[in-house]
Design a protein around this ligand. Structure first.
Ligand code: ZN
Length: 209
């Protein structure tokens, strides 16, 4: 079964986004005064992008992203919580929260992969008493639970493959929002379906699959 991230599509205004400070209702229903990502130009054309195809390690990119460059990233890959071609204003706080969550989960995953017990005790102080293999097991369960909570969005679809593979149907789980696709990508890395490495050239640090 495909996890559907590579084919996941978002829509981006050709002129990109800008920040607009005002009061408004968040997707979670609370009213706050904050910066909102809105299309830079009203009634701009929209272009389709395939974020996980263009940047397979987007979860890694976002995990160490600088907050002052969110507008730029949204312009490349789209809003985190929009569905389809509708682009309701998105509070920049949503980005801050998801970046923080990705950063924490990434630190945990990297410590697990490196079997770094000292780092694990620092990241998971509640497991401080655990020793050796137990600690690693607890950390793995903790990470699995935390990422699973983020995988709730999306739906299972049966797809009739186009032309060249006429007789084929595939089952694919389609993410509904970019943030769903990003967490799914992270789950794919943890499960060993994809690998992400960082360019070792000093000053580069670019992520590649
Ligand atoms: Zn490089």
């Amino acid at each position: 079964m495909e996890t559907g991230t590579v084919h996941f599509e978002t829509w981006v205004p050709t002129g990109g986004f800008k920040l607009e400070r005002r009061k408004g209702k968040t997707p979670e229903g609370t009213v706050i005064t904050t910066d909102w990502l809105v299309p830079a130009w009203a009634s701009d054309d929209l272009a389709a992008t395939y974020p996980c195809d263009e940047q397979p390690c987007l979860h890694r990119v976002l995990a160490d992203y600088r907050h002052d460059r969110i507008v730029y990233l949204a312009g490349l890959y789209g809003l985190l919580t929009a569905t389809g071609k509708t682009l309701p204003p998105e509070p920049v706080d949503t980005w801050h929260r998801e970046i923080r969550a990705l950063r924490n989960a990434t630190a945990l995953w990297d410590a697990i992969a490196a079997e770094d017990a000292a780092a694990l005790r620092r990241i998971l102080p509640q497991y401080q008493a655990a020793k050796g293999k137990d600690l690693l097991g607890l950390a793995r369960e903790h990470l699995a639970r935390r990422v699973t909570e983020k995988l709730a969005g999306g739906r299972l679809e049966l797809i009739a493959m186009p032309d060249q593979e006429q007789s084929q149907f595939v089952i694919r789980h389609r993410p509904l929002k970019l943030i769903d696709a990003i967490w799914r990508r992270f789950a794919e890395e943890i499960a060993g379906l994809i690998t992400c490495a960082r360019c070792p050239v000093p000053g580069c640090g670019r992520w590649f699959p």
